[in-house]
Design a protein around this ligand. Structure first.
Ligand code: UFG
Length: 327
């Protein structure tokens, strides 16, 4: 298929773009490189630098006639979204709207009818039921989650009105690396790369944000999913929906690990001393986010091949050792 990958120079988008190239698809990556890295664009993919905020540029691009679009380009820092919500609504919601407009316009004559959207567990806010099913109420507690939920809803409405076949994948905590592709955010806020930076001696210690949660060891629990397992779900999702349908799938392993367990696992994998210091809770962090991934397992036959936390940490560690300064 001729596929467009927005945000394909980022952590998740680049791995999916690589998997699609390897599966024989013709892939174009569209990325403004504000967060992504040119070197992360996989060999075999065409690269176009640009922003989804430029509606005309997006329409021009879509007129090239894509059979499917995988949409990753977005801002994704929860803290920043609280401080600068307008940035998140403009970038994430307006960017997605421009993309949908262009897909609808170009879809009438040629193709661009299939869409896979990178959504997030943050749309559920502080869920009452864990593991979280897709039917859980969506009550995001920060503008990042709210902007992604707005996109999910917009995609559903546009899909029904204009016959797009769309699927939103709601990611839980993505981790690990895939060969030469890994996680290099600036600033880095995610637990595993920060723990590994401490193992590497690039940081003095890792802070444990909150030790008084109502969880077994008092620290927050998350559902970590290997980037390659997450990536594979996208190819399945591309074919999933019928025209005019919008599907939603949670994407996690279905089991949770606490912050202390992650640090302990990183000590075991790296064999390095990792200093941990207790710190106050980080604003907006829910105590426990674990996915029910039954729907995607049942309906798409997806299942994780690397469900072990140690494998995710080990792949992330090897990537970091090979590129201690990132891309
Ligand atoms: N944590 C620490 N110390 C750190 C960094 C993180 O204790 O230095 C803790 C966090 O407080 C949290 C857990 O480790 O309890 C995981 O934190 P991450 O920042 O790695 O991931 P989040 O669960 O906060 O974020 C992820 C995605 C977001 C998404 C969110 C849904 O990265 O995009 O899940 O709530 F919004």
């Amino acid at each position: 298929m001729k596929l467009l990958v927005t945000g394909g120079a980022g952590y998740v988008g680049s791995v999916v773009a690589k998997q699609l190239v390897l599966a024989g698809h013709e892939v174009t990556v569209f990325d403004d490189l504000s967060k992504g890295h040119r070197r992360a664009v996989p060999e075999g993919a065409r690269f176009v630098r640009g922003t989804l905020l430029d509606g005309e540029a997006v329409r021009r691009l879509l007129r090239e006639g894509y059979e499917g679009v995988l949409h990753f380009a977005a801002l994704s820092l929860v803290g920043e979204s609280v401080e600068r919500p307008e940035l998140y609504y403009r970038n994430n919601v307006l960017g997605t709207l421009n993309l949908l407009d262009a897909m609808v316009e170009s879809g009438t004559d040629r193709s661009a009818k299939r869409l896979v959207f990178s959504s997030t567990a943050a749309v559920y806010g502080e869920p009452e039921v864990v593991p979280i099913p897709e039917s859980a109420p969506t009550e995001p507690t920060n503008p990042y989650g709210a902007s992604k939920l707005a996109c999910d809803r917009m995609i559903g409405d546009v899909a029904r009105a204009h016959g797009l076949a769309a699927t939103s994948l709601r990611y839980f905590n993505v981790a690990g690396a895939s060969g030469e592709l890994g996680e290099d955010h600036d600033p880095e806020t995610h637990l595993i790369p920060l723990v590994l930076a401490a193992a590497l001696g690039k940081r003095d210690a890792i802070s444990i944000f909150g030790t008084d949660y109502s969880t077994p060891d008092g620290t927050a629990v998350r559902d970590y999913i290997h980037i390659e397992d997450l990536g594979r779900a996208h190819a399945l999702a591309l074919d999933a929906a019928e025209a005019g349908e919008h599907r939603v799938y949670n994407l996690g392993n279905g089991s949770g690990f606490s912050v202390r367990e992650v640090i302990e696992a990183a000590r075991a994998v790296t064999g390095r001393k990792i200093e941990a210091v207790e710190a106050p809770r980080r604003a907006g962090d829910p105590p426990e986010l674990v996915a029910s991934s039954e729907r995607i397992r049942d309906e798409l036959g997806w299942k994780p091949e690397k469900p072990l936390l140690e494998d995710m940490i080990s792949d992330a560690w090897n990537w970091m050792l090979s590129r201690p300064d990132g891309y």
